[in-house]
Design a protein. Structure first.
Length: 432
């Protein structure tokens, strides 16, 4: 009996050992990412545009330059880019649309800021307000008693999140900022505004993302170390925050202290954003879950930093990864693998995908790309296609390689130099 038992144990052990390679092989055979067709959304007459998200009907929202140099929020559908105008000033910027084609907006007004602030970063020093674009009209949203606000994102229930100034003048604010600001939600009823208090010990904050359960994410800190200039790309704070039923929860960090910002949250409560690593010399995209906490998503091969832009309800993450010289490429992260989006589009595409800001539940991705022929930055929409790869679907050249090719215009090289001066460590869009 003893011998039989030992033989049985040995047989089971042998079967288990033989099964290990099978299990490992199954684990390694992860589904490959879809390939995409990419559409250049154009501009409103200028040289750049940016898309922040698309709804399920492929309406896309963002901002585009006019021929005169200002930028306006747009809503794009089937080749037509609609100019959504402003609140009376020269500039505006829009988020991705909800299913009703409503957008969160931030816009200049025609009123000079009495404190000389440039809250939204348009450089106009006009009062800038958050707004909602609904039913063909743009309606301003209330503040917390201060002059300015910004609306960043709208969920499927018509709730918006962003930031609004209060009346507190703070000597710690870097010029030209004077007033403190707080994270807020607006709606779903017209005119509603709800304050989202910062973490204990912090005095200011902002919210970038909100899911359909009303959970919001963003960052908090002091006026000295937290910025909200969305137009200049400087939207960052030291403490990543999840607001659950209005209660702030510290999401931790990847070891750094200067920038920890949550950019988006899906309906499963999964949060993505960017966090500095220990030593505060580089920033990485993160995924936070209630069970596992904050996880480092890393970068694309050879890059130095990355940032997360959006996460959908299928846990697909998009963002951008940059090398040490500041050359960036859009990525898709799924099944624990980060993939250069440029490797998933036809190699003869005229677009080089640089920043991915939004992904809907159909896997359709919105962002900003460089036209290889002109060096201009244009909004794009990438749509998955489930067909066999063509002969043109090959790995892309790196941006540095593209800029060295003799058939590419000189302004491409100039663009690369400009990109190196951008403060990528605090460049958060947080818009759908």
């Amino acid at each position: 009996m003893k011998l039989t038992l030992q033989m049985s144990i040995s047989a089971v052990s042998l079967l288990a050992a033989l099964a290990i390679p099978v299990r490992l092989a199954a684990q390694e055979q992860k589904p490959k990412p879809a390939r995409y067709t990419v559409t250049d959304l154009g501009t409103l007459g200028g040289t750049f545009s940016n898309a922040y998200g698309a709804n399920g009907a492929r309406y896309v929202g963002g901002a585009a330059q006019l021929s005169g140099g200002n930028q306006h929020a747009f809503l794009w559908y089937r080749g037509h880019m609609r100019d959504l105008g402003t609140l009376g000033g020269p500039n505006s910027l829009g988020s991705g649309p909800d299913p009703s084609n409503e957008l969160a907006i931030l816009s200049d007004t025609s009123t000079t800021d009495p404190l000389g602030e440039d809250f939204c970063g348009f450089g106009t020093h006009l009062i800038c307000l958050g707004a909602i674009w609904k039913g063909g009209a743009m309606t301003p949203l209330p503040t917390l008693g201060g002059n300015n606000s910004e609306a960043f994102t709208i969920n499927n229930r018509g709730q918006e999140v962003g930031v609004a100034e209060n009346k507190t003048q703070d000597a710690n604010c870097p010029a030209p900022q004077v007033l403190d600001f707080e994270a807020v939600t607006w709606g779903p009823k017209p005119g509603e505004i709800h304050k989202l208090r910062p973490l204990r010990g912090d005095s200011v904050g902002f919210a970038l993302g909100i899911n359909d359960h009303g959970q919001a994410v963003g960052s908090s800190g002091s006026c000295a170390n937290t910025t909200t200039n969305s137009v200049t790309g400087s939207v960052a704070g030291p403490h990543a925050v999840l607001w659950d039923n209005g209660r702030p929860i510290d999401l931790g960090s990847l070891g750094g202290t200067s920038v920890n910002t949550a950019a988006a949250i899906n309906d499963r409560g999964e949060v993505i954003g960017g966090s500095y690593l220990k030593g505060d010399t580089t920033i990485h995209s993160f995924l936070w879950t209630k069970d596992a906490g904050m996880q480092d998503l890393g970068t694309l091969n050879g890059d130095a930093l990355s940032l997360g832009g959006w996460i959908n309800n299928k846990s697909q993450v998009v963002g951008w990864s940059c090398d040490s010289s500041g050359s960036c490429r859009a990525y898709l992260w799924e099944n624990k693998v980060m993939t250069d989006l440029n490797s998933l589009i036809p190699s003869d595409s005229n677009l080089y995908l640089m920043f991915a800001y939004g992904i809907n539940d159909a896997g359709e991705i919105a962002g900003q790309a460089m036209e290889k022929s002109t060096g201009q930055l244009h909004a794009f929409l990438a749509v998955p296609r489930h067909t066999a790869a063509s002969s043109k679907d090959t790995a892309p050249a790196a941006l540095s390689d593209i800029s060295r090719r003799g058939d590419v215009a000189e302004n491409v090289r100039q663009l690369q130099q400009r990109l190196r001066s951008v403060q990528f460590g605090s460049r958060f869009a947080g818009m759908r």
